[in-house]
Design a protein around this ligand. Structure first.
Ligand code: TXA
Ligand code: MG
Length: 339
């Protein structure tokens, strides 16, 4: 199949493909999504095929207006309207009990469904023009870092999907914050641009943070969110987080670069001149928003340039840094070197 590349002005062509049961890469403010009509199980099944996605990992349903929510879920708890007021449209996904119109292909048989209202103007135009909610996971090959540009999507999906709409680079750069309201107390399953502190301003101190956000699932432990059990965000290079002083980092990495080929470092802006290897930049130290927006592109660059070992300066896990660390820990398979 030839994968068409549309400009953002051509969103109507993407919507037409979606209406006919096709699958299209679309920009959102977080990462690019691979969209299909969420009410068409056959169309949704094509997403799993194109991504090589495990059949037990459910998808997020994207809406453009709050009025679409009622039909998709069994019941809307009042707090959803408070969350929507504060964070929608935007990078928050809310899990609720599903209504019967959601096909099993979307939820992989669960009785809950994840809903998000993206803020990206092109995503909103596409949803409105398609006239249906859109199921969309991140538009990467399963196990690879999520795509933050149309080129990333083409890299993984050319020949496998109908089209990609180029909406420019994604502003946030990490996937949405996921919370479930289908449990007794609200629970954060995946950190993102909307931070736990921001959620608590709406939810009070009720919010529980799932152990898997920064910890590794224990052998045999059931994941609250199926996506959390997979090795994710993973470039082919061997990624390791290095925690400690910058001097310690420089000593460690420069020694490694003297011993081996294909060593690179992901460092904060301005630190690159001290390193005797290829460097990638992570934004200024402490700039959690910059780290989030640069992480996946850096991991993909590693792959494209055949880097074998990537050493990453450990960022703070405060604020949006929690999302950055959550993704980095998975990319590094929880390997942290202390220096
Ligand atoms: O920012 C985002 O959320 C992007 C853009 C495209 O919207 N989408 C995205 O989708 O990251 P995906 O499929 O890569 O991640 C969805 C996560 C997975 O970890 C999945 O397991 C979880 O949400 N999820 C979806 N439905 C769920 C449900 N009913 N219960 C628990 N977890 C669910
Ligand atoms: Mg994903």
């Amino acid at each position: 199949m030839e994968t068409k590349l549309f400009s953002k002005e051509e969103y109507g062509k993407a919507a037409a493909i979606l209406k006919k049961g096709g699958i299209v890469g679309i920009p959102t403010e977080t990462v690019y999504g691979l969209a299909a009509n969420a009410l068409d199980g056959e169309a949704v099944a094509k997403i799993f095929e194109a991504k090589g996605r495990p059949q037990d990992n459910p998808l997020i349903v994207h809406i453009a207006e709050l009025s679409e929510l009622d039909d998709l879920v069994a019941f809307v708890p009042p707090v959803v309207y408070d969350l929507a007021d504060a964070f929608w449209p935007g990078p928050l996904t809310i899990i609720l009990d599903k209504s019967p119109i959601i096909p099993d292909e979307v939820t992989t048989g669960l009785d809950t469904v994840a809903i998000r209202m993206p803020s990206h103007p092109v995503a909103r135009q596409i949803i409105k023009a398609a006239g249906v909610p859109l199921a969309a996971p991140s538009a990467n090959t399963s196990g690879k870092p999520s795509p933050t540009t149309a080129e990333h999507v083409m890299h993984d999906m050319a020949g496998k999907i109908d089209a990609v709409v180029d909406g420019g680079p994604c502003e946030v750069g990490v996937e949405s914050t996921v919370i479930t309201l289908a449990t007794r107390k609200p629970k954060l399953l995946r950190p993102g641009r909307v931070t736990p502190d921001e959620l608590e301003e709406v939810l009070g101190d009720e919010l529980i943070i799932d152990d898997a956000v920064l910890g590794k699932l224990k052998e045999g432990e059931r994941a609250a969110s199926p996506g959390m059990k997979y090795k994710h965000y993973s470039p082919s290079s061997d990624v390791k987080i290095v925690r400690g002083s910058f001097v310690g980092f420089v000593d460690f990495v420069n020694q490694r670069a003297a011993e081996a080929d294909g060593v690179a470092a992901l460092v904060f802006d301005g630190e690159e001149s001290k390193l005797d290897c290829k460097t990638l930049l992570f934004g200024a130290e402490g700039d959690d928003l910059a780290h989030a927006s640069k992480l996946f592109d850096a991991l993909r660059t590693c792959d494209d340039e055949g880097i074998k070992e990537l050493y990453v300066r450990c960022p703070s896990d405060e604020g949006v840094g929690l999302a950055v660390m959550n993704r980095l820990l998975r990319a590094a398979e929880y390997n942290i070197i202390e220096v």
